[in-house]
Design a protein around this ligand. Sequence first.
Ligand code: UTP
Length: 302
Amino acid sequence: MSHASGRGPRVTKAVVPAAGLGTRFLPATKATPKEMLPVVDKPAIQYVIEEAVTAGLSDVLVVTGRNKRSLEDHFDRNLELEEVLRHKGDIARLDEVRASGELADIHYVRQGAPRGLGHAVLCAEAHVGDQPFAVLLGDDMIDPRDPLLSRMIDVQRRHGGSVVALLEVDPSQIHLYGSVAATPCGDDVLITGLVEKPRPADAPSNLAIIGRYLLDPGVFEVLRKTEPGRGGEIQLTDALQAMAADPSLGGPVHGVVFRGRRYDTGDRADYLRATVRLACGRADLGPDFRAWLREFVSHEMV
Ligand code: UTP
């Protein structure tokens, strides 16, 4: 049963797909999931899970693929390491190490083969059940200073159905994303169509889908019927297109346009930008690093 209209139940669960192959970041991702690459001193996926917890979603299901060991170990306790740090009196690091083990109520499900984001979401069905839920892509970082998820939760409470996060991109970049056709709806938009990675001429707009979704559980039924699309993968965008075209499948699809800072940490250049931006903003590293960066830019970037 889906909650096709009006206010649905509260979103309490987050699903974090982290089973992609990460080919754009090879060879670093040969034996490590890209979601485990550090941004300053924490793996990218930890920021994503912290974002879910900050928005009130502390039940987190991570969809893992091959090389899941490091991921599961990171969010588990490491008693031996804790003992060494305690013995040394390094309480600050001890707290950090414990924090990642106690961050959320984290569960795991295995995606046997990387058959696409839609398929990864389908792997979450048994855990999610019949409630709306959030999907946060494990390689898509929203700057912790720019809240997005809480805004999406508000929209979902008002309209029911599903909500996607959108970013205005340069039209020359839209072929890298899903693109939507949308009409204004208060501060947000009502989505009338979605296309995965369109050719620029076929893109309905320059509004790109980024890695935050609130989904009606009706999406599972739709995903089961979704044929492989772009790249031979089962695409979440295609399932959402079916739902936008027929709201009886799980209510309307709304969009929230995000104007803050966002990084695709699976892309090498964006990963570097994320590292520099976050390092500059850090109270411990920022002052020295900014001074070095200023020097570097004025003397070496000629
Ligand atoms: P991407 O398309 O960015 O992941 O998927 P990818 O396929 O690993 O990327 P490249 O192009 O090879 O570098 C977006 C998110 O969906 C997850 C990825 O881990 C990423 O967080 N995903 C993708 C899955 O969990 N399973 C899949 O089958 C595909």
